[in-house]
Design a protein around this ligand. Structure first.
Ligand SMILES: NC(=O)c1ccc[n+]([C@@H]2O[C@H](COP(=O)([O-])OP(=O)(O)OC[C@H]3O[C@@H](n4cnc5c(N)ncnc54)[C@H](O)[C@@H]3O)[C@@H](O)[C@H]2O)c1
Length: 353
């Protein structure tokens, strides 16, 4: 097996999940910790025994032995760093979202294709056991035709989370907040499970803004699946609860209710006998240990990273490839666009006065 040399660019909150995932693989060396802040890079390198540290991404990209790079920086920097890495001939695993704008995202997918390099956007929950099982059940018709869905994420981010960051809570740095950051995975997974969602309407709220944030802390959208299923989606970062997702998918033959928090719990699977038997089999599977770090990121960075490393070696199509990341980016941009053009129901509100 060809040995891979990997580098992590951006050594903040999510970086340990990248080091953990690559370190868990045979024949992979995680060589570089790169952060524009030297102390942050040194601290990641020290904690995980990484041999080289730099504040300059060009030093990483100039290392001819580096095969692949994780980009785990703030959203606005993704486009420039991913483009530079692809142009230097590296394979890239970029944290979500692919880029701030769909246009920049599309330019990156073209660049990856042209360069013949793997570009994958982190969508780790697509690899959760509960999610892959439900996708199989939907594909096998166990839920019948999908008619409805209810998706929510409530989480709590405090003043320090926004006030202590130069990119979170700003349109220029984060591109939005509740939807593009915390709400990304619930949207991405539902989009994948339903076969592709389109936007019917949306509204964004600035309900209890923390730490000077200018972006939305709460957002609700109405979405439609390819066969007409209507899905309501809501997210807030202003809850008192640290993190709780709920995804309910309702079909003519069965319904499932699950969450994306570690270990990805299936709460309910109701309907036909075959669905209940499949759910019982899933429930009997062993619970995997979460990696060190923030628990609600889940365990599936490891699985996506294993898929990425295999794709670098054999070129197979990943579950979470750059096209998947671009599709989700387009959907969330459409939701923001709908929220900006939100209209009140003029006829009924006129009757009130
Ligand atoms: N998949 C998930 O579950 C998950 C979880 C958390 C964060 N994320 C994503 O990961 C990314 C990073 O989030 P975070 O919370 O770790 O952010 P963070 O602010 O904690 O860390 C980002 C780091 O990148 C560094 N950086 C910025 N520009 C750089 C550059 N040009 N070169 C080198 N270093 C640079 C910063 O100094 C900072 O240390 C975001 O895209 C976020 O949405 C994903």
């Amino acid at each position: 097996m060809k040995r891979l040399v990997h580098a992590v660019v951006g050594c903040g909150r999510v970086a340990p999940n990248h080091v953990d995932g690559f370190s868990a693989l045979p024949d992979v060396e995680v060589r570089w910790a790169c952060d524009r802040d030297l102390t942050t890079a040194e601290s990641l390198a020290r904690a995980h025994g990484l041999p080289r540290v730099t504040t300059d991404v060009h030093e990483v990209l100039a290392d001819p032995e580096v095969d692949s790079v994780s980009v785990a920086t703030g959203h606005a920097t993704h486009h420039g760093l991913v483009a530079a890495a692809l142009e230097a001939g590296k394979h890239v695993l970029v944290e979500k979202p692919l880029a701030l704008s769909a246009e920049d995202g599309a330019a990156l997918t073209s660049l990856a294709e042209h360069a013949g390099r793997v570009l994958s956007v982190v969508s780790q929950h697509r690899y959760d056991r509960v999610v892959t099982a439900i996708r199989d059940w939907i594909g096998a018709g166990l839920l019948g035709s999908l008619v409805s869905g209810v998706v929510s994420l409530q989480c709590g981010r405090d003043d320090a989370y926004y006030a202590g960051s130069d990119w979170r809570g700003t349109y220029a740095g984060e591109g939005g907040s509740a939807l593009v950051n915390q709400g990304y995975h619930a949207l991405d997974v539902t989009h994948w499970l339903t076969g592709g969602l389109a936007v019917v309407g949306a509204a964004a709220g600035h309900t209890a803004p923390r730490g000077g944030m200018e972006t939305e802390d709460t957002l609700a959208a109405l979405l439609r699946g390819p066969q007409g299923a209507l899905v309501t989606y809501q997210v807030t970062v202003a809850s008192s609860i640290t993190w709780r997702t709920r995804v309910e998918i309702i079909g003519t033959g069965g319904s499932v209710l699950f969450d994306l928090d570690h270990p990805g719990t299936l709460h309910v699977a109701e309907g036909n006998e075959e669905l209940r038997a499949a759910a019982a089999e899933l429930a009997s599977a062993e619970v995997e240990q979460a990696p060190p770090g923030i628990g609600y990121y889940g365990i599936s960075h490891r699985r996506q990273i294993a898929d990425f490393a295999a794709a670098v070696r054999d070129g197979h199509k990943m579950i979470a490839d750059d096209r998947a990341g671009l599709e989700t980016l387009i959907l969330l941009q459409d939701i923001y666009r709908a929220a900006r053009h939100e209209v009140a129901a003029p006829v009924l509100s006129a009757l009130r006065s």
